[in-house]
Each structure stands twice: as C-alpha cells, then as structure tokens.
Design a protein around this ligand. Structure first.
Ligand code: SF4
Length: 349
C-alpha cells in the first residue's frame, strides 16, 4: 500500500474461531475439539497485502477459508466494507452469500488439482460469471478474453484443456478465474509454493501488477517468509490457531518481538554456501491443536520460556503503533531480526 495512502478498513475479523469436534464411539460423543483458528481479531485495509505466515498446522489456511466461508466459522464475525456499506458476511444466508461471493475470491495452492481437467480454459475462467448469473454470453466472452490476456496467456489457449499447460500457466489460469468477477478481496493460499522458483517470481509480479490495476486487497498465505516479505505490506504470524505477532513488513522483519517470529526469520535460507546457517532450531513439532499447551502455547519450544509462560496465556498487545505481539517477555528480550542475521552472516563469510 502506498505510504501516503489513508488506511480504510475493507475487512474486520472479530473473535473468529473454527473448532472441529473430536468424536468417539458409535454415539459420536464429543470428547474434545481441535482449535484450528482460535479467537482471531484483525483488520485488513483496502488495497493492502496482508501476509499470513506460520508452519504447517498453524491455522493459516483455515483462517483464509473461514474468512471466505468456504468453511463455516464456529464463532465470530467477518465484516466487509463496500461502497460505504458494512456487510456482516458471517450473518448472510445462502442466497445473499452467493451474491457476495463475486467480491471475495480465492487462488488455490495447487494449480494441478484446482482446475477441472474436463473443462476447457474458457469454461473454467467463465464458470464464476455463469454461476453468478446476470451476464450475456458476449459479455462473458469479452471478459474472459481480457482476463486471459492480462495474466499473460493468449486467446488461442482458451479452447485447450488444463493438461496442455505448465504449472505456472495453470496458476495464471487460476488467477484469471479468481479475478473474472472483478473481486475486491482475494485470499491467495500458498499461491506460488507448488511452482519452480523462476516461475514463482513471474506469478508474484503478476499478482502485484493485477493488484495495482484492479485496486485489489490480498490476504497472502504462505510458509515462505522470503515470498511474504516480497509481496506484503503487513505480516501476521500465526501459531496454533492464534496470532502471535503482527506488524508492517519491514518492522516485523527487522524488529521482531516474538520468539517464534525470530525463529522463522532465522530459517530464511541464505543464498551463499560459504555462509554458516544461524537457524534457531525449534525443538519438536508444532503443538497439538486438540490439546493446547497451558499458558503460552509456544512455551514447550521457546528457549526464553519462564515460569509465567507455563501458566498464563499472553495477550496480543500493541507495543508501538501497528506492532502487536503476544509474549510475556517482550520488554526484556533482545530478539534478532534479519538485520542482525545479515551482519552475522557477512562476518562469517
Ligand atoms: Fe516464549 Fe514465554 Fe514469550 Fe511464550 S510468552 S513466546 S514462552 S517467552
């Protein structure tokens, strides 16, 4: 988002939860629940890219899908602001939801499985317009051709089937389909992670261009922090279904306030084989969302954990304007951002 642009909320997420029941026996008695998304509160501003990062199982994909109601939330609200109207997206019935879908789209992770192999590219891209209704075939044809050119493919490709395309081309088709209804908000879920590095850069640049041309707002979900740094205005770090840190991208990368963010930053690969890796090795796996650790749920893996961390859940606090973190020891820890890591690396090379 340009620095001098006023921040206008597009989406407000309030107390969003997605819990999956754990059932046992023939009677399917509920014996517990998996807290995939646990009480998320955040705002996404118009025309920004909010990166969402964390290891597999941290709840980032569930968050994206719950926001779009591809998965129904257990509790909480998602409010969208369009044309000076506020819409409680979580309260819409099926008919109203279908009408609103055009404004909210998703780009899926795997370009090999997200496109129907029996449909032509034209039909794949046109499908949301046909399902949404209200367009003539001429209007659909015009829009599909415009979009397919915008994503760098040619009109002659429209009669072909997905198997005739590479991974990068398929992701371009997925992007054209997501944008065909002129959405306001797009969730890109690991949109480049299945692609080769050189193709990743092309798709990221394409997403950036399309954002500027179409005034789009993205929630960009990824586990690769280099990719997130490249595209995001702000970054939200998730661990076990909760937000543990959120800040402007540069602030978060250079001045992390949460030990988990510090560990993720230390794991960013350095493109120099002579440089020793400063990676902070986190012991064990991401915890079990069905049986969250007491207190700070990161404490079993945190090298800074103290007694308080084992019993008391840290609140997400605003430390400086726009920089939030949930840790009891923020004030007494000196964490390393990518600035310190670069200095360490250059002194070892
Ligand atoms: Fe580590 Fe304690 Fe902070 Fe949690 S609250 S991140 S365990 S120092």
């Amino acid at each position: 988002m340009p620095e001098n642009m006023e921040r206008v909320p597009l989406l407000e997420i309030e107390g969003l939860k997605k819990y999956y029941p754990i059932e046992a026996g023939i009677s399917k008695k509920k014996i517990g629940e998996v807290k995939a998304v646990d009480n998320i509160n955040l705002t996404v501003y118009k025309n920004e890219v909010l990166g969402v990062v964390g290891e597999s199982g941290c709840g980032k994909t569930t968050l994206g899908r719950t926001v779009l109601r591809i998965i129904e939330p257990t509790a909480g609200k998602v409010k969208f602001h369009f044309d000076d109207k506020e819409v409680d997206f979580t309260a819409l019935d099926k008919k109203e939801l279908r009408k609103m879908r055009r404004y909210l789209q998703m780009i899926f992770q795997n370009p090999y499985t997200s496109l129907n192999p029996r449909m032509t590219i034209f039909d794949i891209v046109a499908e949301p317009m046909r399902l949404g209704g209200g367009f003539t075939e001429d209007e659909i044809s015009e829009r599909v051709k415009t979009l397919i050119n915008k994503v760098g493919l040619e009109v002659k490709h429209l009669n072909r089937y997905p198997h005739a395309f590479s991974g990068g081309q398929r992701q371009r088709i997925g992007i054209a389909r997501a944008l065909v209804m002129d959405p306001k908000f797009v969730v890109a879920d690991e949109a480049v992670s299945a692609l080769d590095v050189s193709i990743q850069a092309q798709i990221l640049n394409l997403l950036k261009e399309l954002k500027d041309e179409n005034n789009l707002t993205y929630m960009f979900i990824a586990h690769n922090l280099s990719v997130v740094e490249h595209v995001s205005d702000r970054v939200c770090v998730m661990y076990l279904g909760r937000v543990v840190e959120m800040a402007e991208t540069e602030e978060l990368f250079y001045h992390p306030k949460h030990p988990y963010t510090e560990a993720l930053l230390s794991a960013i690969p350095v493109a120099d084989p002579t440089v020793e890796n400063n990676r902070i090795m986190l012991p064990g796996e991401v915890g079990n969302a069905a049986n969250l650790p007491s207190g700070c749920c990161f404490h079993p893996r945190c090298k800074y954990a103290c007694e308080e961390c084992k019993t008391k859940v840290p609140e997400l606090r605003e430390l400086t304007p726009g920089h939030f973190a949930a840790c009891h020891r923020i004030e007494d820890l000196k964490l390393e951002g990518i600035g310190e890591l670069k200095v360490k690396n250059s002194s070892k090379s």
